[in-house]
Ligand binder design. Structure first.
Ligand SMILES: *Cc1c(COP(=O)(O)O)cnc(C)c1O
Length: 490
């Protein structure tokens, strides 16, 4: 039996909206003979019944999904300062360009000669990203940041294999993004944690203390997850290179340094960029993404294949690359994300990209200064694109980071990233991005100050305006129930 609606925000499961015999369409009686499926199809392919299959009218279905869509929160709903994720506005122009029939209608099996425009865009984007990152060559194969990290690790493994050397370890600072150690492990390396210095950045000495002949690389996020620029990176790179190791840079936070600094000039050997963050593709809810990887000339032979090359006859695929780690993705990878990134970059131009980074830094520092008297700021230095606070002061009144995050929802603001990075207990990692105006940031600051002074009971009961209160997020991730269970089975 269907559950009753419990207020304007509730939306039952589509199965609970089902009424026996209701249908969205009426299929006319065929004017050809009806054949018994058992006579023409293998037994396994004939489904006798679908248990619990929802039966609804077209209006029921339309209303259901429209209502669900209003429960979603996106960059276009309100402020979305989710640290590290760079939830910036995605200009509509990008969508329009990606939707052009010549791009959107491409078929992956079309021959090279028929997709010259797409190959040209891809080739040109590689060149642009080489310029922005300062790297010798770029691959656009990887489908996400973490996928780019894995690509880098596989290339490192291939490099050492090629030289008949084995190195097992990769150094990773305690401020690393969670995907870094996972990518190392997948690439076959062992993670060696290294400690960030007292001012939130890594020192060359700490790296030197851990670097040895069994260490393949250091994996460093720059700017790091505290929102700080790793200003010792040149000395750190020297330490790694002196002992035959590499510097892998997680460049997902490129939106803070575009046009201001280049990875190639910092001594970085491999870097991944997150197009879906820096170059504006909608990416909430886990996708879609694109994580190009840039490398030095020394590592270029190991890049995934095929590579796109430009010849007198046009653009074509180069597959004869014996040292390549092979394909990282089918067909042309996340092609329309590449189109969006290309459109975004071409629209802003070199100066525009630099201005975007400057605005991202300015916004984050303004927010940091406005909030630091109310919220504990463990690293009180100039930041890049994001600022990390803690709930230390609020805890004195029994209010935690989780409570603050949930309470923000009542004010129509998406919570920031919380409890990360791990080096800051009770962390609130806030990234305003360059897209936000002063009024939005001022409003956020005001709300944050208000929450800090509110009745702890009120804050601990938040969210008050959402259809679900505190859900079991860990249970949902660790023990997902993905199969529809009929009321009888439940
Ligand atoms: C987002 C992010 C990643 C992971 O990127 P995905 O595209 O989500 O796989 C890695 N490192 C940093 C610093 C990030 O911000």
């Amino acid at each position: 039996m269907a559950k009753a609606l419990e207020g304007p925000l509730e939306e039952p499961l589509i199965f609970d909206r089902s009424r026996e015999g209701r249908a969205g369409i009426g299929i006319p009686t065929p004017d050809v003979p009806i054949v018994d499926p058992h006579k023409v199809l293998p037994r396994l392919m004939v489904r006798e019944e679908v248990k619990g299959f929802p039966e609804l009218s077209e209006l029921d279905v339309s209303r259901h999904f429209t209502r669900l869509s209003t429960l979603n929160f996106g960059v276009e709903t309100g402020f979305y300062p989710l640290g590290s994720c760079t939830m910036k506005y995605n200009p509509k122009l990008n969508e329009e360009v990606a939707g052009l029939p010549g791009f959107a209608g491409l078929h992956p099996y079309q021959g090279e000669e028929m997709v010259q425009g797409a190959l040209e865009l891809t080739y040109e984007l590689e060149k642009i990203l080489e310029e922005i990152s300062g790297m010798h060559a770029i691959t656009l194969h990887p489908a996400a940041g973490a996928h780019g990290e894995l690509t880098g690790m596989l290339m490192l493994a291939a490099y050492y294999r090629d030289r008949g050397e084995t190195r097992h370890k990769v150094l990773i600072p305690d401020t690393a993004h969670g995907t870094n150690p996972a990518s190392c492990a997948l690439g076959g390396f062992t993670v060696v944690p290294v400690k960030t210095g007292p001012d939130g950045i890594l020192t060359a000495k700490e790296v030197a203390d851990h670097m040895d002949d069994d260490t393949a690389a250091l994996m460093l996020t720059n700017p790091n997850t505290l929102g700080l620029f790793e200003s010792n990176i040149k000395d750190i790179s020297q330490v790694m290179h002196d002992k035959g190791g590499f510097v892998y840079c997680d460049g997902a936070n490129l939106n803070a340094i575009m046009g201001l600094a280049k990875f190639g000039e910092m001594g970085v050997d491999i870097v991944q960029l997150n197009l879906h963050k820096t170059f504006s593709t909608p990416h909430g809810g886990g996708g879609p993404g694109s994580g190009p990887v840039g490398v030095t000339a020394e590592l270029e032979p190991y890049l995934p294949k095929p590579r796109i090359i430009k010849t007198e006859e046009g653009y074509s695929y180069e597959t004869d690359r014996p040292k390549s780690i092979g394909r990282m993705r089918a067909f042309h990878s996340q092609f329309t994300i590449l189109v969006r990134a290309y459109a975004y970059i071409r629209r802003l131009g070199a100066n525009g990209l630099k201005e975007a980074s400057e605005a991202a830094i300015l916004n984050a520092n303004y927010l940091k200064e406005q909030l630091k008297d109310t919220y504990d700021l463990p690293y009180d230095v100039a930041c890049m694109h994001e600022a990390v606070f803690s709930d230390k002061h609020q805890q004195e009144r029994g209010i935690t980071t989780m409570d603050i995050a949930k309470r923000l929802m009542d004010y129509g603001i998406h919570p920031p990233t919380i409890y990360f990075p791990l080096v800051v207990p009770g962390a609130l990692m806030i990234e305003p991005t360059e897209c936000e105006g002063l009024d939005t940031i001022d409003n956020f600051v005001e709300v944050m100050k208000k929450i800090s002074a509110e009745d702890p009971e009120l804050v601990k009961g938040a969210p008050h305006t959402a259809p679900r209160k505190r859900i079991d997020e860990i249970g949902a991730a660790r023990r997902p129930r993905l199969r529809w269970i009929t009321p009888e089975e439940d």
